[in-house]
Design a protein around this ligand. Structure first.
Ligand SMILES: N[C@@H](CCC(=O)N[C@@H](CS)C(=O)NCC(=O)O)C(=O)O
Length: 206
């Protein structure tokens, strides 16, 4: 398996999952700043120009964070990254969709790339303000719905925790106030050897 990643981006969550699984994998590092994801070598692998991208051992390629996470969890049941109970599986899907689709895809996206939402630079402060409000609202909802301790789901650690981890790295970077359960989750994640290995490889500091 080969993970195409860019340090400190959402691919960090998949990197953590690969470390949790423990099977051998290769890493292909991309620099989004240098536009590596738009160069032909990479677009031949993933025409969407996005990380994470996972190339499987048979050469086939998986894209989209929740799909990659699910596949890794489902094909490595011994790693205990996916709940057994359908009710909890549904909660895992619900959490990943909200974190990746809403908190990352709508809220943080406004803090990273104002130009996508407003062509005029004069409007960028408004986009940032809107993004910050959306981030705060999404974290409040995650905190309200929290069922486990310290993990998101009542059934224990799952790939959904790796999703929350990568967005919380960003939240800290942007100085977002973390609700108590999210703050405890961040510390619990940092204590996991898999997380420590992925952070070290990507050259990231907590
Ligand atoms: N829907 C995608 C989103 C992936 C995504 O937004 N990746 C970002 C890094 S966090 C990226 O590759 N950005 C490059 C670009 O959009 O140009 C998923 O779930 O994997």
């Amino acid at each position: 398996m080969k993970l195409y990643y860019a340090p400190g981006t959402c691919s960090l969550g998949i990197h953590v999952i690969l470390e949790e699984v423990g099977s051998p994998f290769e890493l292909a590092r991309l620099s989004l700043q240098s536009g590596d994801h738009k160069k032909p070598d990479f677009t031949a692998v993933n025409p969407k120009s996005k990380v994470p991208t996972l190339q499987r051992d048979d050469g086939s390629v998986l894209t989209e964070w929740p799909a990659i996470a699910y596949w890794l969890a489902a094909t490595n049941p011994g790693a205990g990254l996916w709940p057994g109970d359908p009710a909890e599986q549904t909660r895992a899907l619900e959490a990943m969709d909200f974190i990746v689709g809403t908190l990352h895809g709508h809220a943080f996206s406004r803090l990273f790339n104002q130009g996508k939402y407003a062509p005029s630079e004069a409007d960028h402060p408004k986009v940032i303000e809107q993004g910050r409000a959306m981030v705060a609202a999404a974290y409040a909802e995650i905190e309200r719905k929290w069922e486990g301790d310290p993990w998101l789901l009542a059934s224990g650690y799952s790939v959904a925790d790796a999703a929350l981890f990568y967005v919380t790295l960003w939240a800290r970077k942007f100085g977002v106030d973390l609700p108590p359960k999210v703050a405890k989750h961040w510390e619990a994640m940092l204590a996991r050897p898999a997380v420590q290995r992925a952070m070290k490889t990507e050259g990231l500091a907590a």
